[in-house]
Write a protein that binds this ligand. Structure first.
Ligand SMILES: [Zn+2]
Ligand SMILES: [Zn+2]
Length: 256
């Protein structure tokens, strides 16, 4: 296994990430001062809850949390370990983890985070993702899904980057914001029919830092058809990554 020795390409070097003190386990990413400014409301449903937190009912009822999934692509399956689609046509990533299904209230929360934008949702959503991957081995490198330059200009921040920062801090894994870049603007995947999404992102990414021999994990908010993560995973494997995994907050079932 190759070891990353040149961390200059990282905006947050691994050594910095590792020196961050262990935060409070229940609310790792929200300072007491910030929490004091937030209303005592569940960030998902508005019911009474600790400031900046998700209420116990929302946690319990989160759709698809803990359900049986294909270990490669994370679509819900009845019992098989790997779904038929992944058996027939294995993707470039070896495994996927999702915290829950892309359904209410998680879809609404992610939309509010991105388009509100409501950054008070970042910490609870990152905690949801961290909880889903807690038993997984930490990768050599966490790589957030890059936004297109146009989307980044319009939104002002990349939710995948912000989620990845919090997850990296929590699991103490190196984070690279410089590895994956968009080479060109693509039409928003959500604006296209499913059968055109793979073509839309083909050749869209470049790998800009050494990844040879590394186990890389991609972080994104939502995985729909998987076309975007497949293209980035393919790019990273072509650059020599030993393994690529995918961690997302929410997964929509794949249309057949
Ligand atoms: Zn709630
Ligand atoms: Zn699958």
């Amino acid at each position: 296994m190759a070891v990353v020795t040149d961390f200059r390409f990282m905006l947050e070097p691994a050594s910095t990430v590792k020196r961050v003190p262990v935060p409070m386990p229940s609310r790792p990413s929200l300072s007491a001062a910030l929490r004091a400014l937030l209303p005592e409301r569940c960030v998902f449903c508005g019911a009474r809850a600790q400031p900046g937190e998700v209420c116990t009912d929302c946690w319990r009822d989160l759709p698809g949390r803990g359900r049986e999934r294909c270990r490669v692509c994370a679509i819900p399956v009845a019992s098989a370990q790997v779904c038929g689609h992944c058996l027939r046509d294995p993707p470039s990533y070896s495994h996927s983890v999702t915290a829950a299904d892309y359904r209410f209230p998680l879809d609404a929360a992610i939309a509010r985070l991105k388009y509100g934008p409501d950054l008070s949702l970042l910490a609870p959503l990152a905690r949801l993702l961290t909880g889903a991957v807690r038993d997984r081995p930490a990768p050599d490198l966490l790589v957030p899904m890059p936004l297109s330059p146009a989307a980044l200009r319009a939104r002002g921040f990349n939710q995948a980057v912000e989620l990845a920062r919090l997850v990296a801090r929590e699991i103490r894994a190196p984070l690279s914001l410089a590895t994956a870049v968009r080479r060109r603007d693509t039409a928003p995947q959500a604006s296209l029919p499913f059968d055109r999404r793979a073509g839309n992102v083909r050749g869209a990414f470049a790998c800009e830092t050494p990844v040879a021999g590394l186990r890389v994990t991609l972080i994104d908010d939502v995985m729909t058809t998987g076309a975007t993560v497949e293209e980035l995973a393919r790019t990273l494997r072509s650059a020599g990554a030993a393994d690529v995994g995918v961690w997302v907050l929410a997964r929509t079932p794949r249309p057949d």
